[in-house]
Design a protein around this ligand. Sequence first.
Ligand code: CMP
Length: 140
Amino acid sequence: MSNRTLTIIKPDAFMGGKAGLILAHLEKQGFKLISARVMKLSKEQAGEFYGVHRARPFFGELVEFMTSDYCMPMVLEKDNAVLALRDAIGATDPAEAAEGTVRKLYAESKGKNAIHASDSDENAAREARFFFAETDLIRA
Ligand code: CMP
């Protein structure tokens, strides 16, 4: 899975009509769309997906936000995908994100930060399987 990663266009960006712009921005950088869906996460799903942050003070706010409206999980492919996507989206806090990154361009705040990206190959594989069936990810 090292050439694939999982991203989520979060409710702020998706409902703000930025999904197409963000995907085009990433495609211009060489990311290829493998699979996508549009969905509203349940509290259970968001809690499980962000389980690693359960003890953090922002966990409640994070689950509340991620379940507030529709979002768009996607699997993207590119060489060294996890690192390449983390570079492309920028720092968690848009105020600290580099020029030209997705969060600099489209995020509002550290909480409402437009996009999620997996932080390791292991998590990319786990997160891709969280949203997609094996058959959604096949490229013959
Ligand atoms: P994400 O890449 O989706 O992974 C964990 C998320 O927690 C992160 O993006 C932020 O949206 C959120 N997060 C991190 N720190 C804070 C914070 N201090 N306040 C609110 N949300 C945060």
